[in-house]
Design a protein around this ligand. Structure first.
Ligand code: PLP
Length: 628
């Protein structure tokens, strides 16, 4: 769109904001506007579109801070124009970062003299901190192997399968093999003895998590330290430990001061923590602390002098804002040990209120532990009729954002809902959430079962959905996405349906090519021409089948823009839920509508949408940042 010249000046002053031409035409999505628009209009347009984001305070998926004191907000605002990297120009900001490093190192019991400075760095978050820590381990290991005249081209790192995605990134970006200890039913963290079994001469470190992303549970770092010490003595290696304390680093020192997980354990050489999680700062700050100078190889540190004096730096990027460092310093001095302890205790109590409320309903198993990061992870005792994804969806209507996800291997058949308790999640809200979950359960009880299974007993069917079958479904799913159209050899009822579905899909798409108008996709092959739209159970809104086609085809996100651009009410009101991933498609479209009326889509229910969804998205769910 190009705004035309020559509109009289009175245009802007005469029209009310929402009648001005700027809000009456749609903005281009791919190219810049040719002309400028008034600042008020730009503000209004952006502000209004952002209203459709979820409310961060109700986003219970995230560990990341969503509230700070107004005084700190002021400091943040006042420093948004300061580039952190200009250390010589902003020496005080640099000094504040160094003080934060010292305070956090002491909190983690680094072996430091009273006025000795600690070794550490402020980062954008734990992910950057973990890249840096991993690089330090890799380099130290390489140096050691080279000195011993041994090959150093096959480094590996040992973690639990429950690690946050940043470890997978580290492994891939920096070419280190990731050896994951598998989880098992009812045990969702890394088993230290299995981890030590995986350690070999090429292991650069074992990474333990203090506060598993999935259920908040602390891994047993002390036991890991003891077992590894023993193995090191036996083999002559000196495999070290890193603790990923992204969420637990600001919990354990206050709630469990006796718990030994930090530099009190000799093999722990570095620890990361997210300042923006329980460090209580807005998104954009993390910390990496090393035990001593020896643990951070010198050759990774760069010295720059073109900003003034010599400055050592060890970060992945160069420029960044200063506000988060200043905000962290504010929290550390404003709250002190006492303040942090009070806040963490309060979070813990609210977690217990929520946990007990959920237990009282009699419908859930709690899979988080009382000692750990204050969160409640829970799954349905009976998910044969309705599953956790539906609860998550239904809660959106009350404004709550509660993620549902499947556990990593070998516990991928377990689905959980997770509520992270942050500082700003008050008792009232905890109690309200319990009430709303009860309402959702009641509502779901009144609806037909999600999985249509041809008269079979639903519970029995769910129970018999063995793991092998799920793997098969996942493979099928992938296959059909990769090379749809190719005939598949197998002939289960499930596969037959999928095949029929895709055949029809391809067929319609080809036929529709010539037509300018939207290509109707008929979702139910046997009822071709009957389904022009499908109903989203959350909103009761109808979605054009062409939108569904776009998402189903797994095309990149421009399609989603296009869908949004059609300003279909149901899309607009649920932008987060309705991205066109396989998972969302399976979540959002169901065998029934909220009115209980069967839709044209119904037969697709035989695909066991929930399982297709679980199987195909378990990996991506993990990667899509529920962890954050
Ligand atoms: C959140 C989290 C991360 C990633 O941290 P960011 O600060 O978001 O980069 C890494 N590990 C664990 C255990 C986490 O919970």
């Amino acid at each position: 769109m190009v705004l035309s010249h020559g509109v009289s000046g009175s245009d802007e002053s005469v029209h009310s904001t929402f009648a001005s031409r700027y809000v009456r035409t749609s903005l281009p999505r791919f190219r810049m506007l040719e002309q400028s628009i008034p600042k008020e209009a730009a503000y209004q347009i952006i502000n209004d579109e952002l209203m459709l984001d979820g409310n961060p305070r109700l986003n219970l998926a995230s560990f990341v801070t969503t509230w700070m004191e107004p005084e700190c907000d002021k400091l943040i605002q006042a420093s948004v124009n300061k580039n952190y990297v200009d250390m010589d120009e902003y020496p005080v900001t640099t000094e504040l970062q160094n003080r934060c490093v010292n305070m956090i190192a002491h909190l983690f019991n680094a072996p430091l003299g009273e006025s000795e400075t600690a070794v550490g760095v402020g980062t954008v978050g734990s992910s950057e901190a973990i890249m840096l820590a991993g690089l330090a381990f890799k380099r130290r290991w390489q140096n050691k192997m080279r000195a011993a005249g041994k090959p150093c081209d096959k480094p590996n790192i040992v973690t639990g399968a429950n690690v946050q995605v940043c470890w997978e990134k580290f492994a891939r970006y920096f070419e280190v093999e990731l050896k994951e200890v598998k989880l098992s039913d009812g045990y969702y963290i890394m088993d230290p003895s299995k981890a030590v079994d995986l350690v070999d001469e090429n292991t650069i470190c074992v990474a333990a998590i203090l506060g598993s992303t999935l259920n908040g549970e602390f891994e047993d770092v002390k036991l890991l330290n003891d077992l590894l010490t023993e193995k090191n003595a036996r083999t002559g290696w000196d495999t070290p430990i890193h603790v990923d304390a992204a969420s637990g680093g600001f919990i354990a020192p206050f709630l469990y001061p006796e718990l030994e997980w930090d530099f009190r354990l000799p093999l722990v050489k570095s620890i990361n923590v997210s300042g923006h999680k329980y460090g209580l700062v807005y998104a954009g700050i993390g910390w990496c602390i090393w035990r001593s100078k020896e643990d951070l190889p010198d050759e990774l540190i760069f010295h720059i002098n073109y900003l003034g004096a010599d400055q050592p730096t060890f970060t992945l990027n160069f420029s960044k804002g200063s506000s988060q460092v200043i905000a962290q310093y504010y929290q550390l001095i404003r709250l002190g040990f006492e303040g942090y302890k009070n806040i963490m205790e309060n979070c813990q109590e609210n977690a217990m209120v929520l946990k007990e409320g959920l237990e009282k309903t009699g419908r859930f198993n709690i899979v988080s532990k009382d000692n750990g990061v204050p969160l409640v992870a829970f799954s349905l005792k009976d998910s044969s009729r309705h599953n956790e994804f539906e609860i998550s969806d239904f809660l959106r209507r009350f404004g709550w954002i509660v993620p549902a996800y499947t556990m990593p291997p070998d516990a991928q058949h377990v689905t959980v809902l997770r509520v992270v308790i942050r500082e700003d999640f008050s008792r009232t809200l905890a109690e309200r959430l319990v009430l709303d979950i009860e309402k959702v359960m009641h509502e779901l009880d009144g609806l037909p079962a999600r999985v249509a299974n041809g008269g079979e007993d639903a519970a029995a069917a769910a129970a018999s959905a063995s793991e092998r079958e799920m793997t098969k479904q996942r493979e099928l799913n992938i296959k059909f996405r990769d090379d749809k159209g190719t005939q598949q050899a197998s002939n289960t009822a499930f596969e037959g349906l999928v095949r029929r579905y895709f055949d029809t899909f391809e067929h319609r798409l080809r036929r529709g090519k010539s037509s300018k108008s939207r290509r109707p996709l008929h979702l139910q092959p046997s009822k071709a021409n009957s389904a022009k739209s499908v109903q989203a159970p959350h909103t009761g809104c109808f979605e054009q089948t062409s939108h569904f086609t776009l998402r189903k085809s797994g095309q990149p996100s421009e399609d989603f823009d296009q869908v949004l651009g059609d300003s279909n009410g149901c899309w607009a009101s649920y932008p987060k839920v309705y991205t066109h991933t396989q998972m969302d498609y399976a979540k959002g479209f169901d065998t029934r509508s909220t009115t209980g009326k069967e839709q044209g889509f119904a037969s697709f229910g035989e695909l066991k949408a929930s399982e297709v969804c679980n199987a195909s998205s378990s990996k991506s769910t993990k990667k899509q940042g529920f962890a954050a």
